[in-house]
Ligand binder design. Sequence first.
Ligand code: PMP
Length: 310
Amino acid sequence: MNQPKYITMNGELVPYADAKVHVLTPTVKYGALVFEGLRAYWNSEHEQLYVVKLPEHLARFHATIKAMRFDASYTDEELVETVVSTLRANEVRSDVHLRLAAYVEGTALYNSRGPISLMCAAYGRGSGPIEDKAVAAGVVSWRRISDSSMPPRLKVAANYHNARLGSIEAETNGYDEAIFLTQQGHVAEGAGSCLMMVRDGVLVTPTRTDGILESITRQAILDIALTLGIPTEERSIDRTELYFASEAFFCGTGVEIAPVTSIDRLEIGDGTVGQVTRKLWARYEANARGTGEEASDWCTTVYDGDGVTD
Ligand code: PMP
């Protein structure tokens, strides 16, 4: 990780070394932390940094804070200010990943609703050619957490214990990435990304009630597919359908689009990056760097007063 100079904590810029949380907080004890993972892309021609899909991330952040019954409510303006001022204070002029989090302070038990703190940090995370992101995936024996016990829809730190178990199993078995099935045995998602496949020319992805995080990238890719004339379907997927797919990829803010060239050691398509995947990535990248057709809907600018705050 590229260490940031400053992290924003409750509106203050705090030097990296001082950005601490007590070991007895519910955040540390129970993973009582709601977060968003965002990305900002630097466009050197525009001399501009673009935060991708910021309003969508903030909407999910508000919804999760509500569902977790955290004793906090933030306005969009203050959250945008937190994100933008963190990037400006660190003079970011490169591609970064951002973490925006609300977390439970104090020393109470798991049912405490506050006090809540807010933090934001940005750290270097580059982007590269799509070929470099290809992975071998394996279906793991750990099932995806379910809405009736630990809702995957909520982007909460504690949920990532499930991701951890599955990822370690996948790694142990020689895979790059894990694919989780739901409690009912349908395909859900990856450890930190959604999954899509192409079957018979249709881009297919599990529904929002199939044990997934309601991914912003997933929706963005479905929207791009629509504009490119690629048919899409949101439906439950059987494990063996993955083996019949001509293309598959993980998608998420962090992983962007990561082609899956094999699943359970069976080649997907011809085992290389497929044409649909390439087309979707080309538009995704252009939009994220402020040049694609939908860029104005996707990007919040950070510098030059063109942006949302001064
Ligand atoms: N599923 C899980 C479990 C994730 O952690 C992520 C990454 N936040 C995603 C899907 C992708 O979500 P998004 O596109 O909103 O980043």
